[in-house]
Design a protein. Structure first.
Length: 163
């Protein structure tokens, strides 16, 4: 039997890319930037008979300013330079509702509670709670070993909401 890879003969009809970058700032703060990039390589036929041409479908960016210990969201912004629907950009400002959240147990649930569903944009929520974002290894890569060890020693698990 052939592998699934062997069955692929043509170019993709769609491609989704997730890109995350972490930027070190002064005072142990970082900016995490997450992009969603969707491209359609063939026309899309809608149920109403309309046809969307090939091209960019999404270009959505979420930027979070993180700092403190435990790591917290100090500021947040979104950009939506390319979206498929006119109402999409109205969700950008909802991202401000996550400012102040700490990146501890339950973080993803709190993000969904504040900006999920009809309150925001599913793609923006996902950029905010993906495992690579916010911070993840990027936050620790921006720390020197001594500063990170000192923070870890001063932070007891009892201070976090791990349950």
């Amino acid at each position: 039997m052939k592998s699934l890879k062997d069955l692929i003969r043509d170019n993709p009809v769609h491609q989704r890319r997730l890109e995350f970058s972490t930027y070190a700032l002064a005072d142990d703060r970082i900016i995490v930037e997450g992009w969603l990039k969707d491209d359609r390589f063939v026309p899309r036929h809608h149920l109403d008979g309309n046809v969307s041409p090939p091209g960019k479908v999404h270009r959505i960016c979420v930027r979070l300013l993180l700092g403190g210990w435990p790591l917290s969201i100090l500021d947040a912004e979104a950009q939506m330079p390319v979206v498929p629907h006119d109402q999409c950009p109205s969700a950008q400002d909802t991202l401000k509702k996550i400012i102040g959240l700490t990146i501890t147990h339950g973080y993803g649930d709190k993000v969904i509670e504040r900006i999920g569903g009809i309150k925001g944009c599913a793609h923006m929520v996902q950029r905010t709670i993906d495992p690579e974002n916010p911070g993840g290894l990027g936050a620790f890569n921006c720390q020197t070993g001594e500063r990170l060890i000192a923070k870890l020693e001063s932070f007891s698990l009892s201070k976090a909401s791990f349950s």
